[in-house]
Structures are given as structure tokens and as C-alpha cells.
Design a protein around this ligand. Structure first.
Ligand code: ZN
Length: 501
């Protein structure tokens, strides 16, 4: 049995090597590759994706998993070996249903689609990517249909990123959240929006990047096992547990853009850097779900990164970095500026209260497109209508409408967005549990120290990687299932104080 386990691990390591090589190509494509490299790059990534898929879904891996059933059953549930076999089997049973040809076609299509999007968004040219998106929808439906027996066609796609969730459970949760958010939003938006003009001065790029790096170093992001580069749409990627990279984009007229995207991506990266090194090269060496991943980016970006406590320590340093721009701006003005709540057009720039509305309408669009209730050609119009009715704003174009997010141009339609709101909910829930266990955390944050919080999260959330499901991680870390209560309390306390609600 030990020999079979060793063989399984060796095969998984090869699969992982192919996947990580593909990730390097993807990172390069989104950072430094010249446009002329696009076509070959798409093919290269597709080849690697197909090889990885074939190796992982081979009869040999299937046989090893079969042979190891007894071994797994004889080990405790939380033993690493049992976890490895369990998680590999779940992944195997899922991926073996998807033909390698689909994987190759989808990888090639995604690379072309992404490249087209990088041109179409600045050109406000939805028509140019409409055929790409139509093909993405076809391929997404095809993928879902390899998993018959679903209630909603989006269910398998949601399950891939947030294991255990379905269209119906996400819809029910979102309805509950929408009802709880409504009075908070109404109360806040009854006040005039905060003045954030202090953020909209000229802030030179190099100094912005240096300041963001200073905060994430203090957070515990390890630059010896990571680096930061510039891109169109910020993301985190990983080539091994020893190389977890982040990207950002800088606007010299908007201090918040690079700063908070840096804190966000660092949250994702610290999760990956915190995974038990013993899992390297196996399916356990990944964050467990999109929602739990996003909980970490949102926790470090918002709950900590937009807290008064953090800026008590860092604001004087920010003023020293940008004396011309900020020496005359009091901390309170800055704090209110970075927590401005306003119904707006762009999801990634949205404040933490209205953010979820952006996610909810995208989920509905995904479900409707997959269902056949909404055609791709009608999407731009539907987008504008829904922004008007839900957020009271209308984009002047499609660049800031349906073209704003990369997701549908680099992945499937279905399963792409629910994780963001799950992350907001879970980020607050994990933070509340951390405070309960370690009440000294806010005082430490106010001194620019994050070791206790980072340590608690590492132990409870990061180290296990994918050994536990999202539901298990939440239960183990917080003592209960996913619940919106802590998130709503967090918003009420924070914005209640800011707006005297
Ligand atoms: Zn994120």
C-alpha cells in the first residue's frame, strides 16, 4: 500500500508540474508577453492542459485510487494521506467525466478570448468579442452536461469552484443577504457620499507600488516566495508553494486602485503561502474553494485594510510617502474617503457594502444565459438595465458595462462570481472568530502588527489547504456553518459609527 501511495504521489507531482508550467505561461501572457505571442501561447497552454488532464484521468491513477480505498478507510479522516486520497478521488471522479478534447478546446478558446478582450475593452467593442462569448457559453453548457442529473445547469459549474453549493442554495443565501443589506444601504446613501478627492490627486507609480509592498510585507506576504508585477486585471497565481505571485494595476490619479488591489491579492497569496509545505505537488496544495479564497482577500483588503486601526499606524507613513498630496489631509478624512459608500459602475472599485449587488446581478446573468433565457447578443442591454434598476447607475459604454470583468473571457460562464460574495460573508465570519479567540488583535493592528491574526488564520484556514472542504474549514475555524450574521454586524458597527446610523 505504501508503494501504491508513493506511486500515486509521483503521478500527481507530474500532473502538478504540467499545471504549474501552464500557470507560468498564463502569468507571462497577462504581464510581459507581446501581443504577437498570443496565438502560439494559446496553443502551448492548451497542450499542457490536455497533457495534464490525460495524465490525471489515466486508468493507472483510477486503479491506484481503487487499490487505496482500504488504506484510506483505515486512516483517520484528518490524516494527510487519507485527505490526499479522498481529495484526489473527488477531483478524479469529476475530471474523468470531461473529455481531454474539451479541455484542450477550452484552453485554446480561453487564451484567444482573453487576448480579444484585452483589445475590445479599451476599444468599447462588444461586437468584437461577442462570438468569443457565444462560444464560451456553448462550451460552458457542454461542460455542465458532462454531469447530468443536476437541478440547474449551473450547478456543476458552481460546484467546481464552491464545492457543495448549488444555484438554488446560492440564490437563497443571496436573497437573505440582499434583504439584510437593503436597510443598511438605504441608511448610508441617505447621507451625502464621503469626499474622496484626497485620493484622486497625482500619485507617482513607483511610490504607490513601494507603499503597497510595505503594508503587505507587514501583513506577512513573503517576497522571498513571491513577487508583484503589473497587469490589466489584478490576479494571484502560483507556480509552487515557494513561488506565489501577485499582480496589480496602477492609476496615477487614484491612490485606492493599486493599494487595495495589492492588499486584496496579497490576501489570496498569503493563503497559498500558508499551506502546509508537505502537500507540495498534490491536489491538497490549493485553497479549498473560491469562497474561502475570496474570504482571505476581502479580509485583508477590507476588514483589516480599510480599518481605522490599521491607518492609525500607516497613515503617518503614507503622509510621509506623499507629503505634497496628504500632509494637509487629516486621518479621519482619509479614513472616510477609503470607506466611501456609493452605488457605482465597476465591481472591483465598489465599496464593501454595495459590492454584493454587482455580484448578485452577474450570478443572475450566468444562470439566465446557461438556461437560455438570455442571449449573449442581449447581454449589454440587459447589463445596463440591471445596473439602472439595482444600483441606479448607467455606464456610458460597454467598457464599463459588460466588458469590465475578465472572467467570462478567460473562464466558463457559470461559477465565476458567487465566490466573491461568499468571500465577503466568510471574511467577516473568520475575522469575528479570530477576535473571539485572540481579543488582542485590533490593538496589534493599530501598531502595524499582524502576526497574531496571520498566525490564527494560518493554523485554522491556510495550513490545511484543500484537505478539508469549505464547509469543514468554516466549521473548524468558527464553530458553526456559513452565516451572514457576522458580516451584517460588521457592516452595522463600522458604518453605524461612520454615519451615526
Ligand atoms: Zn479575489
Amino acid at each position: 500500500m505504501e508503494a501504491k501511495l508513493t506511486e500515486l504521489k509521483a503521478r500527481l507531482q507530474e500532473v502538478n508540474d504540467l499545471d504549474m508550467a501552464g500557470a507560468v505561461l498564463g502569468w507571462d501572457q497577462a504581464t510581459y508577453m507581446p501581443p504577437g505571442g498570443a496565438e502560439a501561447r494559446g496553443r502551448q497552454m492548451a497542450t499542457l492542459g490536455r497533457l495534464s488532464h490525460e495524465k490525471f484521468t489515466s486508468d493507472e491513477v483510477g486503479q491506484l485510487l481503487e487499490d487505496l480505498k482500504g488504506y484510506e478507510a483505515g486512516r483517520p479522516y484528518d490524516a494527510n494521506d487519507a485527505g490526499l486520497i479522498r481529495v484526489t478521488r473527488r477531483e478524479y471522479e469529476r475530471r474523468v467525466k470531461v473529455p481531454a478534447a474539451w479541455v484542450g478546446r477550452f484552453a485554446e478558446h480561453s487564451a484567444a478570448s482573453y487576448q480579444a478582450w484585452t483589445v475590445a475593452r479599451p476599444a468599447n467593442d462588444f461586437a468584437a468579442v461577442r462570438p468569443n462569448l457565444e462560444k464560451t457559453l456553448d462550451l460552458s453548457r457542454e461542460l455542465a452536461n458532462y454531469f447530468p442529473g443536476y437541478q440547474h445547469i449551473a450547478d456543476p459549474l458552481i460546484d467546481f469552484s464552491d464545492y457543495g453549493m448549488k444555484a438554488e442554495s446560492v440564490r437563497a443565501l443571496f436573497a437573505e443577504l440582499r434583504a439584510a443589506l437593503r436597510p443598511i444601504m438605504q441608511a448610508i446613501t441617505a447621507h451625502p457620499p464621503a469626499d474622496d478627492s484626497c485620493l484622486m490627486q497625482v500619485y507617482p507609480e513607483a511610490a504607490q507600488l513601494a507603499f503597497g509592498a510595505e503594508i503587505i510585507k507587514a501583513y506577512g506576504y513573503d517576497f522571498n516566495r513571491g513577487r508583484q508585477d503589473k497587469t490589466h486585471h489584478p490576479f494571484m497565481t502560483k507556480f509552487s508553494l515557494g513561488d506565489v505571485r501577485i499582480t496589480t494595476r496602477v492609476k496615477e490619479h487614484d491612490l485606492a486602485e493599486a493599494l487595495f488591489s495589492t492588499l486584496h491579492e496579497a490576501g489570496h497569496a498569503m493563503y497559498e503561502q500558508g499551506i502546509d509545505r508537505a502537500y507540495e505537488g498534490t491536489p491538497l496544495a490549493n485553497g479549498t474553494s473560491a469562497g474561502v479564497h475570496e474570504s482571505q482577500s476581502r479580509l485583508w483588503e477590507n476588514v483589516v485594510g480599510r480599518s481605522r486601526a490599521l491607518w492609525q499606524h500607516f497613515y503617518p507613513k503614507l503622509q510621509a510617502a506623499f507629503p505634497q498630496q496628504l500632509s494637509g489631509v487629516p486621518l479621519e478624512t482619509f479614513y472616510r474617503a477609503i470607506n466611501k459608500v456609493q452605488k457605482s459602475l465597476i465591481r472591483t472599485d465598489a465599496d464593501e457594502v454595495t459590492y454584493n449587488l454587482h455580484v448578485m446581478l452577474r450570478l443572475d446573468f450566468e444562470l439566465d444565459m446557461l438556461d437560455g433565457k438570455l442571449a449573449v447578443r442581449d447581454l449589454p442591454e440587459a447589463w445596463h438595465e440591471r445596473y439602472d434598476s439595482d444600483l441606479g447607475v448607467t455606464a456610458p459604454n460597454d467598457s464599463d458595462g459588460v466588458l469590465q470583468d475578465v472572467h467570462w473571457f478567460a473562464g466558463t460562464i457559470g461559477g465565476a462570481f458567487q465566490g466573491y460574495t461568499l468571500g465577503n460573508i466568510l471574511g467577516a465570519q473568520f475575522y469575528a472568530a479570530a477576535l473571539k479567540a485572540r481579543p488582542e488583535i485590533p490593538d496589534e493592528v493599530a501598531q502595524g502588527q499582524f502576526g497574531t491574526l496571520h498566525g490564527w488564520l494560518t493554523e485554522k484556514v491556510y495550513q490545511p489547504g484543500s484537505k478539508y472542504t469549505a464547509a469543514e474549514v468554516v466549521e473548524r475555524a468558527t464553530g458553526g456553518p456559513l452565516a451572514i450574521g457576522p458580516y451584517i454586524s460588521y457592516l452595522r458597527n463600522k458604518y453605524g459609527e461612520l454615519y451615526e446610523l
